[in-house]
Design a protein around this ligand. Structure first.
Ligand code: GTP
Length: 362
């Protein structure tokens, strides 16, 4: 018996408009809701019971997974009336754990794709006697993150704010969003109010002499919080750069789910996924992108590292790059959109005049 808490209550604001109707953990990544990859990995690591800490669009989680038996798990749903932050959510969810005070409890952020050896983190935690074990990942450019230096024995020395100068970059280790708590430590988090585990709970435990153990590794790690990371994570799963027991097809340059229609003269590349009910027409090129259920990429359109939302369409001859086309939005034919645009759900962009390069008359 091994228990976990999964934090899935965030609003996912950085991914809007994708998260207007679908919470971030339920967005399709490589063809299935992102959470399915995480649940399958947890089950494979021997986790048997998971409390899902929900808040934003809470009811959609139970609709998707029911009691969890389809994944070989027992799932329990807890909903915060007002979002309690990461620490408050852990405390609130813990009321539904069955673990004894000394047992290890895994806690996962619901938006991290990682190759972490979950069982090793949990088992190492038990052996160490730590209050909390934190998965740490090393990043090439630590400037955008709070830093977590550790001593030679792996003991966490500090939780540092984002560095502002070169001298402040004393480590490349950051919090990777997966922890093991000794159950009794969760019960010390204040109940009934907003708490940030990163900003309040961990620094507080350290200040009061707690043993926080950092486990840094070089496994695959990606926070799927932004559109660029979201499409990268999906493409990496499709191409097999990170394993998932939940990938709904063979690894390759593209994944076409059953019920999707892709014309034989369309070109799919770079880990593109085309979900059920979606259509990619002749001459279209779709590279490193996510085409969600019911979307249409019309004749000759080019879609590069973008998400085309549910029932959305990219018109004939149009080009989108690093874009998010919200659910039900329509990009009319022959639009060349600037890189990085986000088109709100249901918005229609009119067709552009077809540009024909006429020969210059002498
Ligand atoms: P952004 O709004 O784009 O920053 O995304 P987010 O709302 O998901 O926030 P963030 O990426 O910081 O959250 C990290 C993890 O904690 C995600 O899995 C969130 O679902 C989860 N989370 C954040 N805040 C809460 C909360 O108040 N309650 C619960 N239950 N989960 C939360």
């Amino acid at each position: 018996m091994s228990e976990a808490i999964l934090l899935v209550g965030g609003k996912g604001t950085r991914l809007r408009p994708l998260t207007v109707f679908t919470p971030k953990p339920l967005l399709r990544v490589a063809g299935v809701p992102f959470l399915t990859h995480q649940l399958a990995r947890a089950a494979k690591a021997g986790v048997t019971r998971i409390v899902l800490a929900t808040s934003y669009l809470a009811e959609l989680f139970e609709q998707e997974y029911g009691d969890g038996s389809g994944l070989g798990l027992e799932l329990v749903y807890v909903t915060e009336k007002e979002p309690l932050g990461t620490g408050g959510a852990i405390r609130n969810a813990a009321e539904h754990l069955t673990s004894a005070p000394g047992d290890p409890v895994l806690v996962f952020n619901g938006d991290i794709l990682s190759g972490l050896d979950i069982a090793a983190l949990r088992d190492g935690h038990k052996a160490s006697g730590a209050d909390v074990s934190l998965h740490l990942t090393r990043v090439a450019d630590p400037r955008a993150f709070g830093l977590v230096p550790t001593g030679p024995d792996g003991r966490v020395l500090a939780f540092l704010e984002k560095p502002e100068t070169q001298e402040q970059i004393i480590t490349d280790q950051i919090n990777a969003g997966c922890y093991v708590f000794t159950r009794s430590v969760i019960d010390t988090i204040p109940a009934g109010r907003e708490v940030s585990v990163e900003r309040e709970t961990f620094p507080g435990l350290l200040a009061s002499g707690g043993y926080l153990r950092g486990v840094a590794d070089d496994s695959y790690w990606l926070d799927l919080g932004t559109p660029a990371a979201f499409v990268k994570g999906s493409a990496d799963l499709v191409r097999g750069l990170i394993d998932s027991p939940a990938l709904p097809g063979p690894v390759g340059e593209a994944l076409v789910l059953s019920g999707a229609r892709v014309h034989e003269q369309a070109v799919l590349s770079g880990g593109t996924v085309v979900c059920e009910g979606a259509v990619v027409e002749a001459g279209a090129e779709v590279d490193g992108s996510v085409v969600l259920p019911g979307a249409v990429v019309a004749r000759g359109a080019r879609v590069h590292r973008s998400v085309v939302g549910r029932q959305a369409s990219v018109g004939a001859g149009s080009a989108v790059r690093e874009a998010v086309v919200g659910d039900g939005a329509e990009v009319g034919p022959y639009n060349e959109l600037p890189a990085g645009v986000r088109i709100d759900c249901g918005v229609s962009l009119p067709a552009q005049a077809v540009r024909v390069s006429a020969p210059v008359m002498a």
